[in-house]
Each structure stands twice: as C-alpha cells, then as structure tokens.
Design a protein around this ligand. Structure first.
Ligand code: FEO
Length: 398
C-alpha cells in the first residue's frame, strides 16, 4: 500500500519509516526506529528530492510510482549522497531512464564512487545560488558543506517558502502516521531522539551548522523538510533555537549527570553516594548512568544537554576503564565544549584513572576540569565522608 502525503502545494512526502533496523549506521541503537524522508514535486516538471535507504526500498518505490501515476520523472535532486538517502538512485534511473540527476560537483564525484555507471547519467550540476524552475516552484540551492558531509546542499522553494534541509533538523524516530512535528508532542515524542541524532551525527560540525544557520536567516522559511523525522510548519523557531544552542555547544540544563564505570559495584556505590550528596545540597535533577550499560550515544546526548558532568571509574591496566575511555574519545571526536567535569578514580593499588581522564578532558575547548579528584581505594567508606563532602561542594559551586 502506498503511503504518501501532500505537505505543501504540489509537494508530497513519499518517505518511509523503518522499525526493524537495529542500529543506524550500524552504530547507534534505534529502538524508536527512523524515517527516511523523500519529497516529490508535482509541477510542470516532476521532481524527486533524494531517495531512501535500501531497508525501505520497496515502500519507497511504491510511493514514488503512485505519485507519478504513469508520468515520467524529469529530475532527481540529490541533496545528500550518504547511502541512507541515495541507495535507490540506480533503481530510479532504471525506472525513468530519461531522468536528469541534479547535484553539486562533489555529489557527482561521490555518486561515481558508489555507482560507477552513473558517469553516463544525464546530469545537471548546480552550486550555491543556482536555481531550478519546475513551473510554479523555483528551488534555489544553498551549500551546506560538512553538515555533515562535504557535498550537502539545501534547496529553498521560493513558491512555498519550504527549506529542504538534508540531514539538518532531522531526528531518529519512526513517524507514527503524522509527518508534521505539530502532530506530535515533540518534546515528549522526539526531543531526546533529536538531541541524540544531532549530538552524535552532526555534533562535531557546530561551526558548519552555524554557517548555514546564518545563511538561512536571509530566507523567509515557512517550512523545514528534513531527511529524517517530522516536518516543521509551525513554531519553527523552537527547533532552530535548539539547533543554535546545540551547534554552539551550549548546555540546555544546569543539572548534573553522574556517569560511572564499575567492575564489581564499588565505584557504582560511590556514584550513588555522590548523587545523593548532590541532591542533598540542592543540585536538583541529577541523573546517574552506568557507562557499561548505557550506549555511548545516549551518554553523548546527555553531555550535550547538561553543564556539569561527573565521571567516575576504576583504573584498568594502569589506564582509564575502557568503556569510560571510549566515552571520552567520543566527546573529543565530537568536540564537546563549555562543560564542567568532576572526576573520581578508583584503584586497589595505584589509582590513576582520574589523573588520566583530567589530562584528556583538559584538551577540550572551554572546559573546566575540577582539581579536586575523588580517590577511592577499592571502596568508599564512611571514613571518606570529608573527601566526599569536599568533592560534591566543588561540583555545586562550579
Ligand atoms: Fe541521513 Fe547523512 O544521512
């Protein structure tokens, strides 16, 4: 059964949701599923913006055929050449041999790498400022390099004021029948997935997101059409403000997260004591996570949300407990900034993990690493009460 929706005059959503895929990019768990959005423009010329992932190919191609209703496809615009959106290019070309593929210079370089036969396709190369008129609609192209691949283009429809924003403004999460953000309670249904998507997929490229947000300020945008998740037609400022915050590495909440690693429960017990002490001192909404249990992508999303981050782990092979080291490496790769870190180290004979974490975290931009490291010798005891008090006082006062 086809599943398409007209979302603006002459523009149809023809995407599909996947609830079976275990991990996006074979990395990120997606228990909430994911949607792959594609858009069809029904005008004097027929146009498709991006295809979809191979996992939803059958549904996608059925949708495409249904909106075309026997007509030929004039243009396939490729805003992003990552395979979750470009996997069906060869199929579309086979179905509509006369189609002209529209993209930037880098788009076609990548296309040839993924699909060598594409060298012989009809192509229209565009760059920032170029326009594609299809009848009523005129799409102008905006370069969005490294958001989050180098070839990415946005397209702005001067007729409907819709911005086709590629991966930007996307979220994890399948669509439950509605395609618009205002059909959902976005904060309840999508915000945590949107934050996790942003932080992990786009988070490294804050400067590039800032550059494209500045370009977008010059456009009269009434709708945002991303390649994942719901479409924005109301309260767009809410989500662009969120992107502004996320892309400048500003925290959303002044609250504290405590992330611990623990082999046998002793550091876990200390983490619970730290959280309780913080609550007693008025820290408010404190969250505690086990770094071995919670997928790192969720922890990264929490790092994006909160200002103060407590990391507690054992010393392992004279180094940092490996799952904690993985989290710190991910934070460094994603260029986390503007945060306060408090550190605790455990070691039965030579606790050094706190010192080693401090060295790594101090290299991040605009971060404060509190000097007061909580040292646990095997287990935290009541005799450590003074040390614990000093540790949580420093976090409260930071
Ligand atoms: Fe949704 Fe960068 O692909």
């Amino acid at each position: 059964m086809n599943n398409v929706k007209e979302i603006a005059e002459g523009i149809f959503w023809i995407g599909a949701s996947d609830r079976r895929l275990e991990r996006f990019e074979n990395i990120f768990p997606i228990p909430e599923g994911v949607s792959y959005n594609s858009y069809f423009v029904d005008d004097e010329k027929t146009v498709v913006f991006d295809t979809a992932d191979v996992t939803v190919a059958d549904q996608y191609l059925e949708n495409l055929k249904s909106v075309l209703a026997g007509r030929k496809l004039d243009y396939l615009v490729v805003l992003h050449m990552e395979p979750d959106h470009c996997s069906q290019i060869e199929k579309v070309k086979a179905l509509f041999p006369e189609v002209t593929i529209v993209g930037g210079a880098k788009t076609f370089t990548f296309m040839k790498q993924f699909f060598p036969e594409s060298e012989g396709y009809n192509k229209l190369e565009v760059k920032e400022g170029d326009k594609l008129s299809t009848g009523k609609h005129t799409f102008s192209f905006v370069a969005a390099p490294m958001v989050h691949w180098p070839e990415v283009l946005f397209a702005y429809d001067e007729y409907t004021n819709a911005l086709l924003s590629a991966d930007a403004f996307g979220t994890f999460g399948a669509l439950d029948g509605g395609v618009f953000a205002d059909e959902y309670d976005f904060e309840k249904d999508f915000l945590s997935s949107a934050r996790r998507y942003y932080a992990n997929i786009v988070g490294k490229y804050g400067m590039q997101v800032q550059a494209v947000l500045k370009k977008a300020q010059g456009l009269d945008i009434k709708m945002i059409l991303p390649l994942h998740g719901p479409i924005w037609r109301k309260d767009i400022g809410y989500f662009t403000d969120m992107y502004q915050k996320w892309s400048t590495y500003e925290f959303e909440s002044d609250s504290v997260i405590v992330i611990y690693g623990s082999l046998y429960g002793h550091t876990a017990s200390a983490a619970e004591a730290v959280a309780a002490s913080l609550r007693d001192k008025g820290a408010g909404d404190v969250k505690v996570y086990d770094v071995s249990k919670v997928d790192v992508s969720y922890l990264i999303a929490e790092v994006w949300r909160c200002r103060k981050i407590v990391l507690m782990c054992p010393t392992y092979n004279n180094g940092i407990y490996p799952p904690m080291e993985n989290l710190i490496s991910d934070m460094a790769a994603l260029t986390v900034q503007n945060r306060v870190f408090a550190l605790a180290q455990n070691g039965t004979w030579a606790p050094v993990s706190g010192k080693l974490m401090s060295e790594r975290l101090s290299q991040l931009k605009n971060v404060t690493v509190l000097e007061n490291i909580l040292t646990i010798k095997s287990a935290l005891h009541s005799s450590d009460a003074e040390q614990l008090t000093g540790f949580t006082d420093a976090i409260i006062n930071a």
